[in-house]
Ligand binder design. Structure first.
Ligand SMILES: Cc1cc2nc3c(=O)[nH]c(=O)nc-3n(C[C@H](O)[C@H](O)[C@H](O)COP(=O)(O)O)c2cc1C
Length: 470
């Protein structure tokens, strides 16, 4: 294998967001998430380990589907407190030089004009190290607190996000020409108004007449991440995303499942005149490393002993949109219709025909892994499996989930990364400078020419709603 794999550290600006109950683990430092020191230390370590990006997941609501209440989520700190990841990034960027930042922001609740401005600002401040994980959001509690009557139906969230992206592409790619900032003392002009144009967007969901507020940043459009899993989600991802997140499944045929996913993505990309090379496929994994296989297995059991049933049930109920308090823990998980994340229950139903998950088993497993594969073993065994997933499963890299913060990622860097490097699968140095270059190689600072964004034109026939020049 000659291809170098991509590594993201998967985290969230919260206490123990993806390992529920692990806040009680004696080595867990998640309570320090309120400090910049905590994040700077983690990012500096990741940068030494050559990670392409630190990935900030985010939700902007409470996990209150379980029992119709936020009790369990509050008691077990299930992604609450939820700090705003955008606000962390400039502090971390100042203390690092190369590592990229993939930050989650909702295309359902934040107005496109505001998010375009925020991400452009961060792309300037990080000198091109910003990526955006486009989510459409799945919690009812997000919808009501952001002014809606309830959750917008699943597919309509994606329709709305389509128009949202048209708006931000117009702002990022069309509104300002390169060279619009002239700083010309002789002409008494800081910006040349003829090089800045209002986007005149008038659509079904959004009206945005004006021009972008921020001059073009190094990447213009941030590196685009998305995790569409449903058919509608995959169509969206293959049209827009440059990196597609997915879950591995904890099952015997995970490699085959990933390969099937990869083939499906490749076919869908072609419909959007894109090729497989235009996109990186990045599944999430949990890694538990030990000096011996026995030590790693013991460690995994120890980690599992911290998982809290109610807290993990709150997480799975929020992800799936189904209140798991109604089920007997010893009954089997059944596939049900949902308007939340459609693929979440499939982890415990259709994707593994050899194994029937009980409700208890699924909840406890979800609490530690979110349904991803847990790779437990020595550094050699872990790298064997990662390599197999790349070669046989056809993926390009991994989101490494944290169970204990920051030691999960520190151990990965200290023990697994050297083995990846020894086998020629990975390098800890950076060729390029921007996050897009970390993914696609030096020189790839801006969206690929084949990307849909380049076809989004401004409607020049409309009278300018905001006059910028006479
Ligand atoms: C690795 C990964 C990370 C995700 N992070 C977030 C997140 O931070 N916030 C969020 O609202 N959704 C997140 N999601 C959910 C996705 O945005 C999406 O809703 C989900 O994959 C299901 O897509 P579907 O509704 O098309 O099935 C994530 C999904 C995956 C696989």
């Amino acid at each position: 294998m000659t291809k170098k794999i991509i590594l993201n550290a998967f985290t969230q600006a919260s206490v123990s967001p993806h390992a529920i109950g692990l806040w009680k683990h004696p080595d867990h430092e998640g309570h320090r998430h309120t400090t910049t020191d905590h994040w700077v230390r983690l990012a500096q370590k990741l940068e030494k380990g050559g990670f392409q990006a630190i990935f900030f997941a985010d939700v902007i609501g409470f996990y209150d589907v379980y029992e119709g209440s936020a009790r369990a989520a509050l008691e077990q700190s299930v992604q609450v407190p939820a700090h705003d990841p955008l606000l962390l990034i400039s502090a971390i960027a100042h203390a690092t030089e190369r590592i990229g930042f993939a930050v989650t922001a909702s295309a359902t609740y934040v107005p496109p004009y505001q998010l375009a401005r925020q991400l452009s600002t961060l792309d300037h401040l990080t000198d091109g190290r910003i990526g955006w994980n486009i989510v459409t959001s799945y919690l009812e509690s997000e919808a009501v607190n952001f002014g809606l009557d309830g959750l917008i139906p699943h597919d309509e969230r994606y329709d709305r996000a389509e128009e949202y992206l048209d708006v931000v592409y117009k702002l990022w790619e069309r509104s300002w020409d390169d060279g619009a900032v002239v700083r010309d003392v002789a002409r008494n002009q800081y910006i040349d108004p003829s090089k800045v144009r209002p986007i005149n967007h008038r659509g079904h969901y959004f009206n945005v007449p004006g021009a972008a507020l921020v001059e073009p940043s190094r990447q213009r459009t941030p590196l685009l991440f998305q995790a569409g899993a449903s058919p509608r989600g995959r169509d969206f991802a293959t049209k827009h995303a440059e990196a597609i997140f997915t879950n591995t499944q904890n099952q015997k045929n995970a490699t085959v499942e990933l390969r099937a996913f990869e083939r499906d993505i490749t076919e869908r990309l072609a419909k959007h005149s894109r090729s497989r090379e235009d996109v990186a496929i990045i599944p999430a994994v949990v890694v538990v490393v030990g000096e011996t296989e026995e030590a790693a297995k013991e460690k995994f059991e120890y980690l599992k002993s911290f998982v809290d049933y109610d807290g993990a049930a709150a997480l799975l109920s929020g992800h799936s949109g189904i209140d798991f308090s109604q089920f007997d823990p010893d009954s089997y998980v059944e596939q049900l219709e949902t308007d939340a994340i459609q693929s979440r229950l499939e982890n415990y139903t259709s994707t593994n025909p050899d194994h029937r998950w009980t409700v208890r088993e699924a909840i406890l497993y979800h609490g530690l892994t979110l349904g991803s594969e847990a790779i437990v073993g020595t550094p050699e065994q872990i790298v064997d499996r990662l390599e197999e997933l790349v070669v046989e499963g056809g993926v390009d890299g991994f989101n490494i989930r944290q169970t204990v913060s920051p030691s999960t990622l520190e151990e990965f860097i200290d023990y697994v990364v050297p083995e990846l490097v020894r086998r020629g699968l990975y390098e800890t140095s950076y060729d390029g400078e921007t996050i897009r270059e970390h993914y696609f190689g030096k020189g790839n600072e801006r969206l690929a020419p084949s990307h849909y964004a380049h076809t989004v034109a401004l409607d020049e026939t409309k009278k300018e709603a905001v006059a910028l020049h006479s």
